[in-house]
Write a protein that binds this ligand. Structure first.
Ligand SMILES: NC(=O)c1ccc[n+]([C@@H]2O[C@H](COP(=O)([O-])OP(=O)(O)OC[C@H]3O[C@@H](n4cnc5c(N)ncnc54)[C@H](OP(=O)(O)O)[C@@H]3O)[C@@H](O)[C@H]2O)c1
Length: 316
């Protein structure tokens, strides 16, 4: 019998993890999901309960696995109060440290560990675009969160395990994240630019998140930080116009920064999610020959909205 490749996805019950579970199963992988509570998974996926904090019986799932992908962490879609910042940071560091300890103790650990990080690690004030060689990091909370997450990953004393940090931009997909929310906002006529509209949005289609992880798994020379964003970051003004087009709303009320601050506070989330500049390019993936299935925003959104004929690999 042919042995399947095995992927373990920690935090696999969330928006990105559900898409990865579904796609890796279809790709012929055996998929195990680590989650703090049992949840419905696609048929064929294995659910393993952990506490996200410390090794336990769950660590057995790593034996003989080929790839570990860790997405665990409390959602940044909240107000960034002092107590929430603590939760956002601790949930990420504890999960990485628990996984690291489990890998060190494993007899047959996976050879590759791909961990989520954020494109928000880079300095939002710098004028140009950031490739991975940029060490111009931000000094705000979002950047500090990504830096401490990556430090925990790369400083973990696991030997012989290739580690990659995915500096992910805003993931656009049908099952959650920013797209359904922004589409609804635009449909209500409120999809104008946020603030000056000049801040960049670095985004990626969920299918390219899957494709890039598979590529990085197979491309065994790549390690370290990798920008997981499309090659075409857009300004918020252009980004919102593209969303409005999909919503069939030519006009949208612009939201000055003060209104974004009030609105996001009322919605229980943080204005930085809309106002923060993030201009990031996927230099390493492009240099390694990865081909994006959705390199342009118009194309990605049309696919999500069902207004374009997009085949399985995004070809047109
Ligand atoms: N979506 C984006 O646009 C985007 C962009 C950049 C970076 N990222 C990062 O990529 C990761 C995945 O994103 P996502 O959108 O799929 O996030 P998500 O939907 O919030 O899922 C994250 C998963 O983390 C687990 N989790 C939540 N709180 C936790 C805690 N306190 N301790 C341990 N695990 C916890 C949850 O699983 P259980 O409750 O089942 O344990 C949840 O399913 C996140 O860490 C996010 O910060 C996402």
């Amino acid at each position: 019998m042919e042995m399947k490749n095995k992927i373990v996805i920690a935090g696999g019950t969330g928006f990105v993890g559900r898409h990865l579970t579904h796609r890796f199963l279809r790709e012929g992988f055996e998929v195990a999901v680590l989650a703090r509570h049992t949840a419905a998974l696609p048929e064929g996926a294995q659910m393993v309960v952990w506490n996200g904090r410390a090794p336990g019986p769950w660590t057995r799932v790593l034996e003989g696995a080929d790839l570990l992908v860790n997405l665990s962490g409390a959602s940044v879609n909240c107000r960034h109060t002092a107590s929430n910042k603590k939760k956002l940071t601790e949930s990420r560091l504890q999960a990485v440290n628990a996984l690291g300890a489990a890998l060190i103790a494993a007899e047959r650990p996976p050879k590759t560990w791909i961990n989520a990080s954020g494109a928000g690690i880079y300095n939002p004030e710098s004028p140009g675009a950031h490739g991975e060689e940029s060490t111009d990091y931000g000094d705000d909370f979002i950047a500090a969160l990504a830096r401490s997450w990556e430090a925990a990953l790369f400083e973990c004393p696991v030997h012989g395990i290739r580690r990659v940090a995915l500096r992910m931009g805003v993931v656009l997909g049908k099952g959650g994240g920013a797209w359904p929310v922004l589409l609804r906002v635009a449909t209500l006529g409120a999809g104008g630019r946020s603030g000056s509209g000049k801040q960049f949005v670095s985004w990626i289609h969920e299918e390219d998140v899957f494709g890039a992880i598979l590529f990085l798994y197979r491309h065994s020379v790549m390690e370290g930080p990798v920008n997981l964003v499309s090659p075409s970051p857009e300004t918020n003004r252009t980004f919102m116009a593209a969303i409005r087009k999909q919503a069939g709303m030519p006009l949208g009320i612009p939201q000055p920064a003060w209104l974004v601050r009030i609105g996001t506070t009322l919605m229980g989330t943080d204005p930085s999610l809309l106002l923060r500049n993030s201009r990031v390019v996927p230099e390493r993936l492009l240099a390694a020959g990865f081909r994006f299935s959705h390199a342009s925003l118009a194309d990605a959104l049309a696919g999500l909205n069902g207004t374009a004929a997009v085949n399985e690999h995004g070809g047109h």
